[in-house]
Design a protein. Structure first.
Length: 215
């Protein structure tokens, strides 16, 4: 992973030691409470990205977004409320500061921070790159049952401090947003990921909602 990041940093013409930047990113993702939102998630996103690299407008900056989109992640709602900004906004801020120090252009920084903020999944993506960012981030939803169930287990572990009834209600609400809204006719926004994962994602989501409803 570090060699991939160093190569990306060079392609971006960014100043500074990429090894140090990578170590800072890796430290964030290696927190003990990150059962799912860790470097393995980043690696999985990068693998999905490799198959659609030619479809996005700014592939190097897009890849950097994937490295940074969950660099700040907290399951402590009190902490998030006290911080005053969402995880996505906090991740975007870290990315912005990192790129400013690296003397990357304002236009590139804006591209990165805007894409990171879309991963809150609360807004309808308007650009092709936004759609691919969201689809890659959610690609786990369409994985085979065994892999998806392991993901679901890890998410629950990250929120193990939340009472089951509260977790169940919130999780069902989130999952329903992907399949039961007037504004969203598909789980995935791009034809590529619809063809690849749509049917299996719907099956996984519906099955999970049923299972959670029984808790």
């Amino acid at each position: 992973m570090i060699e991939r990041f160093k190569t990306l940093w060079k392609r971006m013409n960014a100043d500074g030691d990429p090894k140090e930047i990578y170590e800072e990113i890796n430290f964030k993702y290696s927190a003990v409470d990150r059962v799912y939102h860790n470097m393995m998630h980043v690696e999985q996103c990068l693998m999905e990205f490799d198959s659609v690299r030619d479809y996005v407008g700014k592939p190097d900056l897009f890849e950097f977004v994937l490295w940074m989109h969950d660099v700040e992640h907290s399951t402590n709602l009190s902490f998030i409320k006290q911080r005053g900004i969402s995880d996505e906004e906090a991740s975007a801020l870290i990315a912005e500061n990192t790129l400013l120090k690296a003397c990357v252009s304002t236009e590139s920084i804006d591209y990165v921070t805007d894409r990171i903020k879309t991963t809150d999944h609360k807004q309808i993506p308007l650009t092709t790159d936004d759609k691919f960012i969201i689809d890659i981030d959610l690609s786990i939803l369409g994985k085979p049952k065994r892999e998806f169930d392991e993901y679901a287990k890890k998410i629950r572990e990250e929120y193990s401090h939340v009472p089951m009834i509260d977790y169940r209600n919130k999780r069902i609400s989130i999952l329903n947003r992907f399949i039961n809204t007037e504004q969203r006719s598909h789980v995935f926004y791009t034809g590529y990921f619809q063809d690849k994962y749509e049917n299996s994602a719907r099956d996984n989501i519906k099955r999970t909602i049923i299972d959670l409803s029984r808790c």
